[in-house]
Design a protein around this ligand. Structure first.
Ligand code: NAP
Length: 294
């Protein structure tokens, strides 16, 4: 574990410079925390490094000798485990690994077990707030793991988040994020269905969005994605294929609990249809494709 309270010195490295990771890492670079980055597609890391004056590492295994705080924001469970496995050899009690990706609680627990065997510590720290939250540094972070480790890196997290909530032991950050993803599924169904209904009624939908915003039916998704979905623009944002991955995690968790989540199941089926039609890399608001009037 990092032994001293964190100072603003180049002590962190970031893996995964996608839609979320790149803006998050940018905040760390701007505040002087970031030393190095690694990305599967090296051109992305090189471009980022050039812009932010940090090191683009060629090999993942070089990360532990370069920085003490190692952050990840990659797509899926298997990607997180692949990264962690590659880091293991260089990890010591000086290191803290923090995973911002959305994965299953079981993956978080397995990652923590592997990392802690080396004497280092691990936090699962999935985020919510979208690419807008990442860019503005206003994410909410749901953290699982030792409170002491969280407190040591709190200043670093405060550069990217408006809310940092310690949920409990490792895995509980991801459990909270699963709840968030169930909410997002239901909101997506409600917003896309309501906008298609309004369109059928012949309403001026921009005025509808303006009227609803801030009222009892107003919500982040309607505000941020309502207008673009009406215009048929589905640029991510949050890729539909990634939300489907989250809903598959949720389905497995619900099965373990012996409960059903009918609304979430409907969204999952809708996403599978859209994925089969080739829309997996669209924003999740592409659900409107299934509902809009022809
Ligand atoms: P993204 O734009 O697709 O970026 C994914 C990143 O993961 C890229 O850097 C990608 O590298 C890397 N990656 C993918 N597979 C990999 C592998 N096998 N090995 C190493 N690196 C790999 O996704 P994102 O939207 O940033 O999402 C990242 C995570 O945050 C996901 O778990 C997602 O569910 C979660 N999340 C997303 C949002 C959102 O609104 N977008 C919000 C909250 C949480 P390449 O550049 O080589 O493709």
């Amino acid at each position: 574990m990092v032994s001293e309270p964190l100072k603003s010195e180049r002590t962190a490295a970031f893996v995964g410079l996608g839609a979320m990771g790149a803006p998050m890492a940018s905040h760390w670079a701007l505040r002087g925390y970031l030393k190095a980055v690694w990305n599967r597609t090296p051109e992305r890391a090189q471009a980022f490094a050039q812009e932010h004056h940090v090191i683009a590492l060629q090999h993942l295994g070089e990360l532990p000798t370069t920085a003490k705080i190692l952050a990840l924001c990659v797509s899926k469970d298997e990607d997180v485990l692949m990264v962690i496995e590659t880091l293991l050899e260089g990890l010591t009690s000086e290191h803290l690994v923090i995973d911002f990706s959305t994965v299953s609680p079981d993956t978080a627990k397995l990652a923590a077990k592997m990392v802690r065997r080396c004497g280092a510590d691990f936090l699962d720290a999935p985020v919510t707030g979208g690419v807008e939250g990442a860019s503005h540094g206003t994410l909410a972070i749901m953290v699982g793991g030792r409170l002491g480790s969280l407190e040591k890196i709190r200043p670093l997290l405060e550069t990217i988040a408006a809310k940092i909530i310690h949920m409990g032991d490792v895995g509980m950050g991801q459990s909270a994020k699963a709840v968030n993803q169930v909410l997002c599924a239901g909101i997506n169904e409600a917003v896309t269905e309501a906008l298609a209904f309004g369109h059928h009624l012949g309403l001026d939908m921009e005025k509808v969005i303006e009227a609803m915003s801030g009222g009892a039916a107003g919500n982040w998704f309607l505000d941020k994605r309502g207008k673009s979905m009406l215009e048929g623009r589905f640029t991510p944002g949050f890729k539909l294929g990634l939300h489907l991955k989250d809903l598959e995690i949720v389905a497995a968790m619900a099965q373990d609990l012996g409960i059903t989540l009918p609304l979430t199941e409907t969204t999952r089926e809708h996403y599978v249809q859209l994925l089969e039609q080739g829309h997996g890399d669209d924003d999740i608001s592409a659900l409107y494709r299934l509902k809009r009037p022809n």
